[in-house]
Ligand binder design. Structure first.
Ligand SMILES: [Zn+2]
Length: 316
């Protein structure tokens, strides 16, 4: 390889690293409407070891004769079997053949983990037990789902909590006092300051927990995604397939279909709204909130919700 080619390779690799670093920032790839069409980091073929191989002294300028067709690919053998972090601050690329994914890490270092059950390649159903840390009745439903025989044709993914710090502290918000269900990068809006119960963070997807979930869902692209909350005891109606599946879930769990909360809340940066908007770019995917009743669910209620998840997974 000539020195020019080698130099060009180094420049292009360095440029790729810089691009990755830029994409990893909380306010760039996850930050707003204009970035919505950016391909997920998953699509890159840059090897995970790129940072370690970048020379310390990268030429500041690219000679005019440098070829621009140097491929940046990674041999298949170098790809790990499970998720891998590309570089510090970058987001995981997932292999959905794995039965467990390290989705991300909370501010206080707690893992956010997704587990797969059922039929690989079946209808992907994603269930998130906790987003508001003090609304954790959904954990019992997740635990029940883990014990079930998932029907053929359903690929079930469960996440006990996308807000493990808030769950541990029994706080609605994450450890930055951000309401994660106001932090997603769809119709994000400024809300309050730390201490405000609906504080939306410093920007769209400013929080690591939000970034981790955006990264997962953008790659996983579930057909149905459900987030559990408490304690409004209802499901908000919708239209189309989304509305039909919400109604079916409500019927199966005896939850009313009703508008929520008297209109007193501010509803920007909602996780399910972001997911629906993202997933419906290439499918008729469904994403919605199930507002469980307050307190601890009865065994009968837990079973009804687990049944409802699996039933909508079968029926679609
Ligand atoms: Zn909630």
């Amino acid at each position: 390889m000539s020195s020019n080619v080698l130099s060009g390779t180094r420049v292009l690799v360095a440029a790729a690293v810089l691009l990755l670093a830029a994409c990893a920032g909380p306010d760039s790839s996850l930050g707003g409407a204009t970035s919505a069409s950016t391909p997920p980091i998953a699509s890159t073929t840059i090897p995970a070891t790129v940072p370690a191989t970048v020379p310390a002294t990268v030429p500041a300028t690219v000679p005019a004769t440098v070829p621009i067709t140097v491929p940046i690919t990674v041999p298949a053998a170098a790809a790990p079997a499970t998720s891998v972090v590309l570089a510090e601050g970058a987001l995981a690329v997932f292999d959905f053949a794995a039965t467990q994914l390290a989705v991300g890490t909370s501010i206080e270092g707690r893992p956010i983990t997704a587990d797969r059950y059922g039929t690989p390649g079946g209808r992907r159903v994603l269930v998130i037990g906790v987003i508001h840390g003090d609304e954790d009745a959904g954990v019992a439903i997740i635990d029940e789902l883990r014990e079930r025989d998932v029907p053929d044709g359903v690929e079930l993914w469960v996440i006990e909590s996308m807000n493990p710090d808030g769950q541990a502290a029994q706080n609605r918000q994450n450890a930055n006092q951000v309401d994660l269900n106001r932090n997603f990068p769809h119709k994000w809006g400024v809300i309050g300051e730390p201490g405000n119960s609906q504080y939306a963070g410093t920007g769209p997807a400013s929080e690591p927990e939000t970034q981790a979930m955006v990264n997962l869902i953008t790659q996983l692209r579930p057909d149905i995604a459900v987030w559990y909350h408490q304690d409004a005891n209802l499901i908000i109606p919708s239209t189309g397939r989304d509305g039909r599946i919400r109604a079916r879930y409500a019927e199966l769990t005896a939850l009313p279909l009703a508008d929520c909360c008297g209109g007193g809340g501010v509803y920007t940066g909602i996780a399910a709204s972001w997911a629906k908007n993202e997933l419906q770019k290439d499918s008729d995917a469904v994403a919605f909130i199930v507002e469980l009743p307050g307190g601890v669910l009865s065994t009968q209620q837990v079973n009804a919700h687990a049944n409802a998840v699996l039933t909508i997974g079968i029926e679609g």
